[in-house]
Design a protein. Structure first.
Length: 436
């Protein structure tokens, strides 16, 4: 077999293993060792497998991952995220479908602290959905909005997916954080607007609330939401101002959470240790995935598959938007079966040479990539966030009902994606302005 054949077979085997639910990192490592051994020899494959973990341990940029994970776990365990839904419910009470819109707003704030789509969906499913069902909201709307709003954790910085993308493409993580902020807010606004329009057209899916809140109650609602905007401004503001790097920002954010927890009297040594333990477990999983991805990139480089596919694609069309459409369809298709990190680490080594040939800005493509991964989180038949909501609710709502509710948000996501592709300036104007 030729090297290209080995590379293509390796991609097919990797997809098969991921479809069979083998852990991403293990699948990438196993296929990479086998593929490199086929191209070179087993001794070379084993040497690469031994060398790459040491390189990652010595990587300063990689330390951003455990720091942001620690920040998110600290925010959750110190109860800084509790009361978010209630506060947004009070502040947005006059808006049609206020409980669903409040869920989107609360998810956006929670996502900014946790950086995790799954964690956001799981937390809000237990808090917000029972309240919406109690208020006689349509089950599809109540669950679909939580599944979709949870995906904001991938786009609104600080995002773990952005950190991983930046590490494996050599793109500035700070620039990605800057670029993702406006598309993230735009997506949250689009979700809220879609809910409002649907409720105005069909009032029965979200009965109007008869609750009234005094001005004092609205002012008190801010007490439960001020910590998260403070953390976000502290972390992102420091990056924007150049006071510290994105890698340092995770540590600063974790420290800021501890300080706020002390002020709110919710800090304890036990809470700190539990958050550190959770972060360590998640970091270990991320480390295995990162090692597997680095080996997989090495395999792709040895086989020449990326260059081979780039030539094939460019022979069809060299129009940037046509190629982006082709890549988007591949991402959406893979999103039906494979989780976000797996898709990104599987495809980036293949498409990067093609992007280089076209001169595509890697910051802009990073935002498009993460947006596509968001869409995959609510696309059937896998739709990981949909299953997370189902697991949190048990038998209260059927799975097809959640997918039906998420479909409206999926269409909205696709419209936002089209805007981001058509108008790159939305993702690039802020990084360009800040880096002049």
């Amino acid at each position: 077999m030729s090297k290209v054949d080995i590379g293509l077979i390796s991609i097919a085997v990797t997809l098969l293993l991921m479809a069979l639910r083998m852990p991403i990192g293990i699948a990438l490592i196993a296929v990479s060792i086998g593929g490199i051994a086929s191209v070179l020899n087993f001794r070379a494959a084993w040497s690469i497998a031994n060398a790459i973990p040491y390189n990652f341990v010595a990587s300063w940029e990689l330390s951003a991952v455990p720091m942001f994970l620690l920040m998110g776990y600290l925010a959750a365990r110190s109860e800084l995220t509790t009361g978010l839904f209630t506060s947004m419910r009070i502040l947005l009470n006059r808006i049609p479908g206020s409980l669903a819109t409040a869920s989107v707003a609360a998810s956006a704030l929670f996502a900014a602290a946790s950086g995790s789509s799954v964690a956001t969906s799981a937390a809000l499913a237990r808090i917000a959905v029972p309240e919406m069902l109690k208020a006689r909201y349509d089950k599809a709307l109540a669950t679909g909005c939580i599944a979709a709003a949870g995906t904001l954790g991938s786009l609104i910085p600080p995002s773990i997916l952005m950190v991983i993308y930046g590490l494996f493409t050599g793109t500035s993580i700070g620039a990605l954080f800057l670029a993702g902020f406006i598309p993230g807010i735009l997506t949250a606004f689009a979700f809220g607007l879609m809910i409002t329009i649907r409720v105005r057209l069909r009032p029965e899916i979200a009965p109007k609330s008869n609750e009234t809140f005094t001005r004092q109650e609205k002012l008190e609602a801010f007490r439960d939401i001020w910590p998260l905007p403070t953390i976000i401004l502290g972390v992102l503001g420091g990056i924007f101002a150049g006071a510290f790097t994105p890698t340092e920002a995770g540590g600063i954010g974790a420290l800021l959470v501890c300080v706020i927890a002390v002020v709110r009297r919710s800090f304890s040594i036990r809470m700190l240790l539990e958050a550190a333990k959770d972060a360590a477990v998640s970091t270990t999983i991320m480390f295995v995935i990162a090692v597997g991805a680095a080996m997989y990139i090495r395999l792709m480089g040895l086989t020449g598959v990326p260059e081979f596919l780039a030539d094939k694609v460019l022979s069809v069309s060299d129009n940037t938007f046509v190629i982006l459409l082709m890549i988007s369809l591949i991402f959406i298709f893979l999103g039906m079966f494979i989780d976000s990190i797996g898709i990104m680490l599987l495809t980036l080594p293949v498409v990067m040479p093609l992007l280089g040939e076209l001169g595509i800005n890697m910051v802009w493509f990073g935002i498009i990539t993460i947006k596509l991964l968001e869409i995959g989180l609510i696309t059937p038949p896998v739709g990981l966030n949909v299953y997370v909501v189902k697991a949190a609710l048990g038998d209260k709502v059927r799975l097809p009902t959640i997918f039906r509710g998420a479909a409206w948000f999926l269409l909205t996501d696709l419209l936002v994606l089209a805007v981001l592709i058509a108008f790159p300036i939305i993702s690039l104007w802020l990084p360009g302005m800040m880096m002049k």
